[in-house]
Design a binder for this molecule. Structure first.
Ligand code: ADE
Length: 269
């Protein structure tokens, strides 16, 4: 068969061939999460440590936080938008998610992004509390611009990176994700979510997808259902009641995903 010339460098996971981006084994994985309560069990599971402020990759003044470490063969970075400077709560939503994703891509040049978090689910579309979904598509439901073409820009629907082997091997459900900056759902949001054909709704996914696409970084969206949007319980109450137990399910799912990714190439996913 085919023989490598004697001088050919050995295949290396550290330095994939620059002429063939994504050809080597996945080395750097960036996990983007919005809420500390969701992220800390993973930080502990992967034995990540917090990057000290004095050697931050982020500009001074940004509340964004980063935990990092080596897990098996992977360089893992888990970033969060951090606490709001005024209110002290997690900086959930699209603005902060886009910013921390942008800064992390610039500084870390990840091979792959995983956006993990919780979501509301629609039982009419087959979602139940504690289900873990991969998003096949993302779109916004609160960017209404009723002018031709701007309307489609606002919705920003896009397919996510296709990972057929992850879907075949791991037990995730598949559904479309709709993103907006509200936890609750106005009638106008509802109309847009229906039109987006979404099974789940969150507050970051489409924003992370926008930035990931901008820099051609494959991104996977893993969302665990904390509340049923078309059920009879008030969303905020159901979300808070289920957050801890659903976070456990999310963390199991992300661990399975990272274990699967380990040693693989982007094209193996
Ligand atoms: N995250 C968890 N539940 C959600 C919901 N109902 N809407 C938006 N984001 C969520």
């Amino acid at each position: 068969g085919f023989k490598l010339p004697a001088m050919a460098p050995p295949p290396s996971s550290e330095q994939p061939d620059a002429a063939a981006p994504g050809a080597g084994a996945i080395s750097r994985v960036l996990v983007v999460m919005a809420m500390e309560k969701e992220a800390m069990p993973l930080v502990n599971k992967f034995k990540l440590v917090e990057a000290p402020a004095r050697e931050s990759i982020f500009p001074k003044g940004a509340p964004w936080t980063r935990f990092y470490g080596i897990y098996k063969d992977l360089h893992l970075d888990l970033v969060m938008p951090g606490k709001d400077a005024v209110f002290g709560v997690d900086s959930v939503g699209t603005v902060s998610a886009a910013l921390v994703t942008y800064a992390s891509i610039q500084a870390l040049k990840p091979d792959l992004i995983i956006n993990a978090g919780t979501a509301g689910g629609f039982k009419a579309k087959g979602a139940s509390v504690k289900d873990v979904f991969l998003a096949s598509d993302v779109a916004f439901h609160d960017r209404r611009i009723p002018i031709p073409v701007f309307d489609m820009y606002g919705i920003g629907a896009r397919k996510t990176f296709a990972a057929p082997n992850i879907l075949n091997e791991l037990n995730f459900k598949l559904g479309k994700l709709s993103t907006g900056d509200s936890l609750d759902m106005s009638p106008q949001d509802e109309e847009a979510i229906l039109s987006n054909d979404a099974t789940i709704k969150d507050m970051e996914g489409a924003a992370v997808a926008y930035v990931a696409d901008m820099f051609s970084t494959p991104a996977i969206f893993v969302k665990a259902v904390t509340d049923i949007v078309d059920g009879d319980k008030p969303t905020a109450e159901e979300f808070l009641n289920n957050l801890i137990s659903v976070t456990a399910a999310l963390d199991v799912a992300v661990t399975k995903l990272v274990d699967f990714i380990c040693g693989k190439r982007i094209s193996d996913l």
